[in-house]
Each structure stands twice: as C-alpha cells, then as structure tokens.
Design a protein around this ligand. Structure first.
Ligand code: GAL
Length: 425
C-alpha cells in the first residue's frame, strides 16, 4: 500500500516525454503488458492516501488489464498539485484523470475547455439519480456534466483534545466565537497551545470557518454573489475576530497533518480542519494515528456554525487528450460506484456523494456527518474550490499570507473586497 508520490521534477519529466499522443506505457510497477492509468491527486500523506488505495484495489480487481499509476503530488489542499496540473494542461499533456473540486474550481476547467463531458456515462450508470441534484449542478454547464464526485467533505469542524480542555477548566466545545476565545485564554494559561495551525492554506481554511461563524450561513453565502459587500461592518467584525483567534495560534506546522497531530498528542487544544482529519486520527497506524475517538480527540461544528455544513466535494474528471481514455473511463466508473465510494470514504473521513451508500459503514464521526449533511444549511468552501475560482482563491491566499505577518485588518478587508470585485461573476 505504498503511495507512489512523485516529485515535481519527475512529473515534469513524465509530462515532457508523454507527448499526449501515445497509448500508455507498461506500468512502472511491473504490470507486463498492462496499460497504466495515470490518476492525479494530492492524496499522498498520512490519512489522505488510505482511501485512494482502497479504491485503487477495487479498480485493479475489476480491470485486470489496467494498472493504476499513482501520480499524486504531495501537499495538503492540492496547492502544489494544482500548480503542476495547470502546466500539464497548458502543455496538452494531461494525466488520464485528475481530482478537481466540485463548484467554481471545476467550472474553471470546464470553461477553459480542458474536460470532456460525461453525460453518456451518467446515462449508462444512472448517476443523475445517484447524486444529490445540487451537487450535479456544481459540476455541470448547460446540462452537460463534467466530473464524478466521490465524496462530501465538511470544512467547518473544530477538532479538540478533551483532556486538554478538561485540564484547562473548559466545560465542552465552544459554541460561539466569544466562547472560543474565552476557552483559548484558559488553555493558554495552562501553557498548552490553544490553536494549532499548519501551512498558509490552513489559515485560509480557518478564515472560512470564522466568516461563517460570524456572518451566519446567509451572510456568508451572500459574499459570493455578484455585487457582494465585502466592505461591510459585519465583515470587519468577522476579520477582527479572525485576528483575535489567530493570536492564539501556535507555530505554523508544515502541513495539516502535523497541526492536527498536536491536538491528538495533547500538545494543543483546538484545530479547525476538514474532516479528512478524522481519517488521519482514526485510521490504524501506517495510514493514520490509530487514536481513540472521544478520548484522544473529539469534534464539534466550528464555533458559531452549528446547523451549517461548509461543504466541498472531491471529483474526478476526464481531461481532453487523456492518453489512456478508456482506462480513465474505467477509473471514473469505479469512482462513481457504490462499492468504490463505500471503500474510499470511511477511510478518507468523508461521506459518500452517492445517496444509496451503505450507511452502516459510516459510524462515529461519520454518522454525525451523514446526519448533519441531511439536515443542515449548506455553505460552499472557499479554500476547497466551491465558492471561488482559482484566480480568486489565489488572491485570497495572498491576502491571508500577508495578514499573517502584518495583522492589518483594514488591509486584509480591502484586499478581500478587491479580489471579489475582480473575480465575482
Ligand atoms: C482538500 C481535499 C480533501 C483533502 C484536503 C487536504 O482540498 O478536497 O480531499 O485532501 O484537501 O489535503
């Protein structure tokens, strides 16, 4: 179960010799005359790779003439992967299939003409009925559907260490931003890290939860409509809270896993991260940390967001010019299937995109997620491709990156407002 994460340099050299014209080469893993299917994602790290490997196993069982080539590029949230993907798409040397977020991110690839539509696969497998209607809308343009969603992730999760909270005299998960700040003050007094953070994108991830917790679902969703007012006093208040919350953060860790681990290890009290952290905490050692839920870690909606599901969905695509188009279609069929989704999601820490999945497989945190997904109001993630397209996200990331240094709320608000004006449609 080794994830063959390949470096930037090796991917670039692969794309350089791929040329986009030739059928797939025999697999690097000794597949004889098998054809390889290059699957591009960023699921290489602990907790991320387990689900992918489970789906790979089914794919290889069902397709004995095909070999899965893991073209994953390391780095949480896909920042590095997406930059490399862009260069491969521009050079017309796409992977056979790549991971893209439902929503504005996918719409970008569609508008750029990078993707084949998948309506015939949807018809053949009756997928329109299998997925929620609002999800299919996020991956469609003019009635044409362009990807296969494998899951629903939740972004607004507050992960916490129950023992650290107890020792600091914090009664339970804070429900509002004010309660959150008060709890972090108590943790700080005990000498523990109140809030763990990772690399820069995890701070944008934190920002979306704070915006939602402060503005409410309707106020948050309104930010992404044409003519939205990012200069409002409500947004100023949310950004002031963001500044206060960030003042309790520990030293930035390299990525989301080491930041989440500080909570599981009892070094930090809180971490706001998507529910892929559940797979990491809970999966057995090798892939995950093998921790016990409710004892080593616990969860709640991020402060002020109870009743809202800040969602995102990973989906797989069929790029135009895929070298092994048939192999990619075979992968998409596994990704779309009940069996594929039920193997992938319990390990990935997500709930299935399909409505007919085997609910008994989703226990513990995942049972809460299924219940909330069915009853909560929905808001789209910023960092993970639902609410904003990639140029808009790049501007937000840049503004947040500067803010980490300057802590200048007015400058952050202006940069966010400018980014919205430049990119909202
Ligand atoms: C998200 C992705 C998740 C998870 C996370 C951390 O963008 O949708 O599946 O991989 O990044 O890397």
């Amino acid at each position: 179960m080794t994830a063959a994460a390949i470096t930037m340099a090796s991917v670039l050299s692969l794309s350089a010799c791929g040329g986009g014209e030739q059928a797939a080469q025999p697999s690097a893993s000794g597949g004889g005359d098998k054809q390889q299917v290059e699957v591009f994602s960023w699921w290489t790290g602990p907790g991320e790779a387990d689900g992918l490997q489970a789906m790979r196993k089914i794919f290889e069982q069902q397709n004995p003439t095909l070999t899965f080539f893991d073209a994953a590029v390391a780095g949480g949230s896909g920042d590095k992967a997406k930059a490399l993907l862009q260069s491969k798409l521009q050079a017309d040397t796409p992977p056979d299939t790549f991971q893209g977020h439902a929503g504005a991110e996918l719409q970008g690839y569609i508008k750029a003409g990078d993707l084949e539509e998948l309506n015939s696969i949807y018809d053949e497998l009756k997928l329109r009925e299998a997925f929620p209607e609002q999800l299919v809308e996020q991956i469609s343009v003019d009635g044409k559907i362009y990807s296969v969603p494998v899951n629903i992730h939740r972004s607004n999760v507050l992960w916490f260490n129950p023992t650290v909270l107890k020792d600091a005299g914090v009664a339970g998960a804070p429900k509002s931003i004010d309660e959150f700040v008060a709890a972090m003050e108590k943790v700080k007094a005990k000498g523990k890290i109140p809030l763990s953070i990772g690399s820069e994108w995890t701070v944008t991830h934190l920002l979306e939860s704070v915006l939602l917790g402060s503005l409410g679902t309707d106020g948050y969703n309104a930010l992404f409509k044409a003519g939205a007012d990012w200069n409002s006093a409500e947004v100023t208040k949310a950004l002031e809270s963001f500044k206060t919350i960030l003042s309790y953060a520990g030293d930035p860790q390299d990525d989301w896993q080491p930041a989440a681990k500080q909570v599981a290890d009892g070094e930090a009290a809180f971490n706001i991260m998507g529910d892929w952290a559940y797979g990491y905490f809970h999966n057995p050692p090798e892939g995950g940390l093998g921790k016990t839920s409710k004892t080593d870690f616990d969860w709640a909606p991020s402060p002020g967001t109870e009743g809202s599901y800040l969602w995102l969905s990973d989906s797989f695509t069929l790029p135009k010019g895929a070298k092994n188009r048939d192999g990619a279609v075979a992968w998409l069929k596994v990704a779309a299937s009940k069996e594929g989704q039920d193997a992938f999601n319990p390990l990935k820490g997500s709930i299935p995109a399909r409505k007919d999945a085997d609910q008994s497989l989703y226990t513990d945190y995942l049972a809460d997620a299924l219940k909330d997904w069915a009853s909560n109001k929905l808001a789209g993630s910023i960092q993970h491709g639902v609410a904003v397209n990639q140029p808009w996200l790049a501007s937000i990331n840049e503004a947040v990156g500067l803010f980490i240094g300057t802590k200048d709320v007015a400058a952050l608000q202006k940069a966010l407002a400018d980014a919205a004006t430049a990119n909202a449609q």
